[in-house]
Design a protein around this ligand. Sequence first.
Ligand code: IMP
Length: 428
Amino acid sequence: MSGIVLIGAQWGDEGKGKIVDLLSENADVIVRFQGGNNAGHTLVIKDKKIILHIIPSGALRENKICIIGNGVVIDPKVFFDELNQLKNNKLLPESTKIYISSSAHIIMPYHKIIDSIRETLTPTKIGTTGRGIGPAYEDKVARIGIRVGDLLFPDLLKDRLKYILEEKNQYITKVLKGNPLDFKEVYEDVVSFGEKMHPYICDTVELMHKLTRDRKNILFEGAQGTMLDIDHGTYPFVTSSNTVAGNAAIGSGVPLSAITKVVGVVKAYTTRVGNGPFPTEETSEIGDYLRKKGGEYGATTGRPRRCGWIDLVALKRAVMLNGIDRLVITKLDVLNELETIKVCVAYKYNNKETDIMPYGLNQLDICTPIYREFRGWKKNISNIRDGLDLPVEAKDYLKFIEDFLETKISIVSIGAERDENIIFEYLF
Ligand code: IMP
């Protein structure tokens, strides 16, 4: 049995969807453990682009068990829209089984309203995806959240929701100056989603334990990225869940012993969507070039992503925080035509050189990157399947990353298609 946690090591959008799909070939179980439909995991299968927001990215393969764990927040409408889209396009094999934890929290209509109005009012605009993620996690912690399992007990839900909605309507109308929601509509909608969800809902903790006991290969699919972690990211410009590997156990209800390996997905350059510090951001030509070549537009919101060079200082911290055992480098092909490629190896901070990310609000904003330059390989590498055939410049670039981060690279992705990879080592 193996339990591999796959996480994004940067600010999200590292290309995790494709790698989850690749690794799930040899996995029995794929589990989402945090986040919600703020994620957008893109897969390209035979020229067809599929973006999954809530259903685990392994769902498209035969005979997989896909679990939406207790640490996830779920918008029922998005779940069913996605499920129907997959079914209508004949992309969901009959043999795929999907389960939703009864303890996962529901993203309610008021969460989305609060998220979007707040973004227009707050002085520190976070640039959220507007999907109600933050407000749903807030309610979970405040113990006024609605859980998936609650939908199966409509009578008990009624009284709780009545009180909660009254409080939310006060906040929406008096503080945010928005329009109140109608109780009957909200209640009936959520109950009818509950009826439809019933066949998918279960105690995923029992299920996960049975699967571990049966020695299944389990892939824990992280969403967003390490630098967006609520505790360890660039707070307050973060998402509202723990995105680091440690949360895989909590968000799916397994003991730490179920995790045998942590894999960090790293894009060959860096992107960020939304606001917040980004030391290696390039706002000039090269940023535009990376955005265009890499198709760097948000999979969830369509927003153009901010682009820049790879930041090994931030990545060193990600390796430390997650305990990354192996790296997967994605989108190396985007750098194919560049004359020179830069790698951030330290920051200049308060007139000193440091390779440690500074702590504290806005401190990262005053860091300037110190780069080491590499010669580009200037040729198409997407047809290469054996690492030995990579141009020497590409080998040098990858070797430098490995050495700096003291972590081996297992896979290099060199195109969006399923088979466009150089595999140095099989992870399952
Ligand atoms: P929220 O998760 O919608 O609350 O957004 C908080 C921050 O996380 C914003 O900067 C978003 O752009 C960012 N974010 C959320 N999900 C993703 C993702 O899947 N990829 C990249 N950035 C994300």
